[in-house]
Design a protein around this ligand. Structure first.
Ligand code: GLV
Ligand code: GLV
Length: 320
């Protein structure tokens, strides 16, 4: 019987589907991130690993699993936690969960845009402190989203849907940068292609929707913040290291930008203490895909990929 290790509890449907397919499931019973050594021990002898973005799947982990390992199914669309080259060279398939979380993440981009601009989290804290004593003609004023310009860096599935929501929900102008132009998206949203500097100089909201790669690390750093409007709001739902967090802190302090909405952090789950003190920053704990619909579908998708590969069929969502 083939064996699969699930690195942390995820929706039960994954285990149900795997068992139904005659796969033996072993799992970390606790919602605790396994240390590299614990992970190495747990994966020994496994045919498949169902990993989370908080698990580093290094060449040592693969080595310690053994030569029978056939698949690492990541419970995420991002795959920067996995040593893809090692997987390739060892003949291990890697799969991810594209498409099923696109709506969830795009919604979260909009949620953060609204939360920062309309100061939702700050106003909630104010209200809970009992400070709402009278209606405030000059209180909590922030920019509107309506007919403003959003600049989207990374026009994959998530970036495109974010653009559509911004266009059709808030009648925003859409600028985007990607390594390739998407004419269909341009037609659907009236979006315009722009270089990163052009986009940063013009956009009222900047949303990062790129994967983390050596090329996108610190894509937004001191120089980029200086190009942005002092009224601009940065939203990051991609991966923390895409933004140089130290540069972000000084840009916010020096009012080079107006605010930021962050779902991901450079040294996650550690948060820069300076960010914690700022009222013009909304922080969420990497929850952009956390809808019932997305998480359930992600669990199914991982199970279906594992079943396919262990039955000798093609992976449904191969990343290499
Ligand atoms: C979440 O960050 C994901 O990559 O799915
Ligand atoms: C991820 O699903 C993307 O392509 O944006």
């Amino acid at each position: 019987m083939p064996k699969v290790f699930i690195c942390r509890p995820i929706p039960e449907i994954a285990e149900e589907l795997l068992k139904k397919a005659g796969i033996q499931v072993e799992k970390n019973p606790e919602d605790k991130i396994l240390s590299p050594d614990e992970l190495k021990k747990k994966v020994t002898g496994m045919d498949g690993i169902l990993s989370l973005l908080s698990d580093k799947i290094t060449s040592e982990v693969l080595e310690s699993a053994g030569p029978q390992l056939k698949i690492v199914a990541n419970y995420a669309v991002g795959i920067d936690n996995i040593d893809i080259e090692s997987c390739k060279s060892k003949g291990v398939m890697v799969t991810n969960t594209p498409e099923v979380l696109t709506e969830a993440v795009a919604e979260h981009v909009l949620a953060l845009m609204l939360a920062v601009a309309r100061r939702v989290a700050e106003a909630d804290r104010f209200t809970r402190r009992g400070e709402f004593k009278k209606w405030m003609p000059l209180g909590f004023i922030g920019p509107s989203l309506w007919e403003k310009t959003i600049g989207i860096i990374g026009m994959g599935r998530i970036g495109s849907l974010t653009g559509e929501m911004a266009r059709h929900g808030f009648r925003m102008n859409v600028l985007y940068f990607d390594l390739k132009r998407d004419k269909e998206f341009e037609k659907k949203t009236g979006a315009k292609f722009a270089s990163i500097p052009e986009l940063l100089k013009t956009a009222d909201f900047v949303s990062l929707n790129v994967p983390l790669t050596p090329q996108t690390k610190h894509l937004i750093s001191g120089k980029e913040f200086k190009m942005m409007k002092p009224t601009a709001i940065l939203i990051n739902t991609s991966r923390g290291p895409v933004v140089d967090e130290k540069a972000l802190v000084s840009a916010l302090k020096n009012k080079e930008i107006w605010g930021a909405g962050l779902d991901v952090f450079e040294e996650e789950p550690k948060i820069n203490p300076e960010l914690m003190k700022m009222d013009n920053v909304v922080l969420t704990p990497h929850i952009a895909s956390a809808t019932e619909e997305a998480r359930d579908a992600m669990a199914r998708m991982d199970a279906e990929n594992i079943i396919a590969v262990l039955e000798g069929k093609k992976a449904i969502n191969p990343v290499h």
